[in-house]
Design a protein around this ligand. Structure first.
Ligand code: SAM
Length: 235
């Protein structure tokens, strides 16, 4: 197993968010009871569990490009054998039709405008997309700006709306993921770092240090960065 997956093995989620964020999106998107839902870039599958549990008459297709996460998600979702499928693949190639495409903390891999463009054809009539995206809450301090320099497209909330509109979508609702959603991601990761460090190889130490830097950065400036959760639809 690679050092990255040694650290991430067993983690419930791979980005900030809570089950309440998923239920909020289903609610404001008015996702039907028998909805066909895609969890695009499902990671280890925590949100797909909430999606499936919240729409017991619906179906969930979870997709991720990394085999390790697909295996973890399959195991986590085996409690819904008849209604949930987990596939290894590219989220931009889904064909649907879906009433809701849920995408937590992953649209930035392909770009907000590009990803939404690709999903227009995968939405059922009246279908909606809910996605979370890194969002600056003001002018970032040096350390935060340096960390996010690897994602130069990052903007504040208004900038995200511009990218949504460029894809021919409109925003129906949004809210910010702060505090609890980040703790839900970082607390288990911190526990994993503390567990692995005493016996870690040099390669693994490098990955643990990187994870620790990320956690420390957020803890030092929680008011500077959020994930914006948006519910959007083709305009
Ligand atoms: C930050 S993680 C978020 C995972 C999950 N949504 C969560 O919140 O726990 C990003 C995920 O996006 C997946 N990913 C990135 N690009 C992808 C693509 N083009 N198609 C499918 N999955 C992708 C990665 O494998 C990873 O699991």
């Amino acid at each position: 197993m690679t050092p990255f997956f040694q650290l991430h093995s067993g983690l419930m989620r791979e980005g900030p968010g809570t089950p309440d964020d998923v239920r909020w999106a289903l609610d404001v998107a008015k996702t039907p009871l028998r909805a066909r839902i895609c969890d695009a870039a499902c990671g280890p599958g925590a949100d797909a569990v909430t999606l499936a549990a919240s729409r017991p008459a619906g179906s969930v297709h979870a997709i991720d490009k990394m085999r390790h996460f697909v295996v973890a998600a399959r195991s986590r979702l085996s409690q819904f054998p008849a209604r949930v499928t987990v596939e290894q693949g590219d989220m931009t190639e889904i064909s649907g039709p879906y009433d809701l495409i849920w995408c937590a903390g992953a649209l930035y891999f392909v770009g907000v405008t590009e990803g939404l463009n690709a999903w227009t054809r995968a939405l059922a009539p009246g279908g909606r997309v809910a996605f979370s995206e890194p969002c600056l809450l003001g002018k970032p301090s040096g350390a935060v700006a340096e960390f996010w320099a690897e994602y130069p497209e990052i903007t504040d909330y208004d900038g995200i709306v511009v990218r949504v509109r460029k894809a021919g979508y409109r925003v129906l609702h949004h809210r910010m993921i702060v505090g609890a959603g980040w703790e839900a991601y970082y607390r288990p990761m911190q526990a994993r770092i503390d567990l692995l460090r005493p016996t870690a190889s040099p390669d693994l130490i490098e990955v643990l240090d990187e994870g620790q830097r990320e956690i420390d950065l957020w803890r030092s400036a929680p008011d500077e960065i959020a994930y914006a959760l948006l519910v959007v639809e083709p305009a």
